[in-house]
Design a protein around this ligand. Structure first.
Ligand code: AMP
Length: 587
């Protein structure tokens, strides 16, 4: 397949504002792609070469890309740099310069997808002496044989700026449209949620249709999207919602870890599918030692502990384990315990459709419990009073609150979904506003006075699960300390977008736009109908969205959360409804 065919499709999708249209363009194209190419087509549409959890990412610096463009079009690097600054990104600059130099394509070989993939893999793996030169050369060779649109996408792919606006959910829609039907969409999403590999799903459905998708099972080594909890405002509501009887566990305030245990190795994944094994090698080792079967997938929360008193320590302590440098000191200085709460796989057995109590007892029968590998505290609760007592115990044990879990026979593990099979109830809920919000940074405003020249406020967005889009919910300017403000530009730099990102709906225009990636925890005084914010637009009032009043950053960067795990439109609308219900004196 020629790369130009793919580049042309990306170009059409990028120009298309309607998600439905985008889906049908992609579906029409995918139908005609052969099954060896299809994984790369879908990975590249997401700016990747591998599944989301694969650790390597293409990340050539702008400097190297400018060098490659300069070598290709025969211009000085400083001149190319000026074009990049003017055009806003190396991709658009490459497109323009290659277009100006059209004559060079007279002597070129058309680029095939195969060659692009092989070249990109070589760039990704280049290491050591001369690696920078080799990367530049490979890119320059490809640019030499590119048309302007191919050049745009090649430069965006290698610099990690490839966002054509068709996210994972759109690709899954397109796969349903191309190879199955709309009704099969949930089945396709299930298969994706338990494997997190878009290429695998595309190849499977292309070769074997929906029947092959149905046969996809949990596999060790492919992280599953985690199951999430809904929230309710009081213990009696929680118990009632779960049928008067449920399990309650302590809600530990740590880092969620999904452990994939093989015979001779263990890998730990975060909620965001990052590899946490280097951060918790002690936990990985203990899990292998304490697991008495060959292969297993378990989930739990890693919490920092004071080894002298045995007390659990606040969340901030365990975050020392997430840093990239000085990790060996952090391992010594911040001992952790893993509290296991779920089991998803045991020696060939996919356990995601088994009920909660069976999965939990499988942990107990397959793991030896020890000092640092433990079970979450759990109790079967049959009344609100018992629930309240358990909650008080959890708080006394320095936990955030409780996780109530359904014990019905339908209490399966729903990968990637938030539902009422699990309900969280936290200490904060007793305060003014229900819970905190997790919002994605989509824009920044330059500050004034003390904050002049730095970002002074951020535009924050919630997630629309149905449309796979982000809508703004507040402008956040409080709760930042000097240290955080200092490091903000560096943290946000990789996600700068020249224009409003295609997945963002906003009326407020910030000074700088960002692709939704960084997630911050925010509290607020209340939710109100907002004519300016676009989150949950139309949910409670036509033409108005919902905004968070008096937002405040809690100091917590949720780097464990993917932007698609942000507070959703329907959650905002639910909280708004609850709040209105309360203030009308109805509760
Ligand atoms: P939240 O991040 O507030 O949406 O709460 C969900 C998170 O609570 C999960 O992703 C886990 O990291 C964490 N958690 C702590 N204790 C438990 C537990 N016993 N069961 C499930 N999740 C837990």
């Amino acid at each position: 397949m020629l790369f130009s065919e793919l580049a042309e499709i990306f170009d059409r999708i990028e120009a298309e504002p309607s998600r439905l249209e985008m889906t049908s363009i992609l579906a029409g194209f995918l139908k005609n792609v052969n099954s060896d190419d299809i994984p790369y087509v879908v990975y590249l549409s997401q700016g990747r070469l591998h599944p989301d959890f694969y650790p390597m990412v293409l990340g050539m610096s702008d400097k190297l890309v400018i060098k490659a463009i300069a070598a290709t079009v025969g211009m000085r690097e400083s001149k190319v740099f000026d074009v990049v600054v003017k055009e806003g990104d190396p991709g658009t600059a490459a497109e323009k310069l290659v277009n100006d130099k059209k004559q060079m394509t007279l002597f070129s070989d058309p680029l095939t997808l195969d060659r692009v993939v092989k070249s990109l893999i070589t760039i990704e793996n280049a290491e050591g002496k001369d690696s920078q030169d080799r990367k530049t050369k490979i890119l320059s060779n490809m640019l030499h044989d590119s048309n302007p649109i191919e050049a745009r996408y090649l430069c965006r792919i290698v610099t990690g700026r490839m966002r054509v606006g068709a996210g994972t959910m759109t690709v899954l829609d397109a796969l349903a449209e191309a190879f199955a039907s709309r009704d099969d969409r949930p089945e396709i999403e299930r298969a994706f949620n338990i494997t997190c590999d878009l290429g695998l799903i595309a190849k499977t459905i292309d070769e074997g249709g929906i029947d092959a998708i149905r046969k996809i099972k949990v596999r060790v080594g492919n992280p599953l999207k985690v199951m999430l909890a809904e929230r309710l405002r009081s213990i009696p509501e929680v118990v009632e919602r779960l049928g008067g009887k449920c399990a309650m566990e302590y809600k530990y305030d740590g880092i969620r870890v999904q452990a994939h245990i093989k015979k001779d190795s263990v890998k730990l994944y975060s909620r965001r599918l990052e590899d946490l094994t280097p951060n918790f090698p002690d936990v990985a080792l203990s899990l292998r030692e304490h697991c008495n079967i060959d292969e297993a997938i378990v989930e739990g929360e890693c919490v920092a502990v004071d080894t002298e008193t045995g007390n659990m320590l606040p969340f901030q302590e365990v975050t020392h384990r997430r840093k990239k440098h000085g990790i060996s000191d952090a391992i010594k200085d911040y001992p952790v315990r893993m509290f296991m709460f779920d089991m998803l796989y045991a020696d060939g057995r996919d356990m995601t459709s088994e009920p909660y109590l069976d999965r939990r007892s499988s942990i107990e029968s397959n793991f030896k419990i020890s000092d640092n590998i433990r079970m979450t505290a759990m109790k079967i609760i049959s009344s609100p009073e018992e629930g309240q007592k358990f909650f008080d115990e959890a708080i006394a044990a320095r936990c955030e609150g409780i996780m109530a879990k359904s014990i019905s026979k339908d209490s399966i593990y729903r990968a990637g979904s938030r539902g009422f099979l699990w309900i969280k109830y936290k200490k904060d809920y007793q305060q003014a506003l229900v819970d905190s919000f997790d919002l994605a940074v989509v824009g920044a405003f330059y500050g004034m006075g003390k904050r002049a020249g730095k970002y002074g406020a951020l535009l924050m967005a919630a997630y629309d699960q149905d449309a796979d889009r982000f809508g703004t919910a507040c402008k956040l300017g409080t709760g930042f300390d000097d240290e955080f403000l200092e490091k903000l530009p560096e943290m946000l730099e990789p996600y700068i977008s020249q224009d409003k990102p295609p997945s963002v709906d906003a009326q407020m225009i910030p000074d700088v736009w960002f692709d939704p990636y960084i997630v911050l925890e925010v509290t607020g005084a209340e939710i109100s109908i907002s004519p300016i914010h676009t989150a949950a637009a139309g949910y409670t009032k036509d033409d108005s969205g919902l905004g968070i009043r008096f937002p405040r950053f809690t100091g917590r960067v949720r780097d464990d959360k993917d932007p698609t795990e942000c507070t959703t439109y329907s959650e905002l609308a639910d909280i708004y409804a609850l709040q209105e219900h309360d203030s009308n004196g109805l509760i």
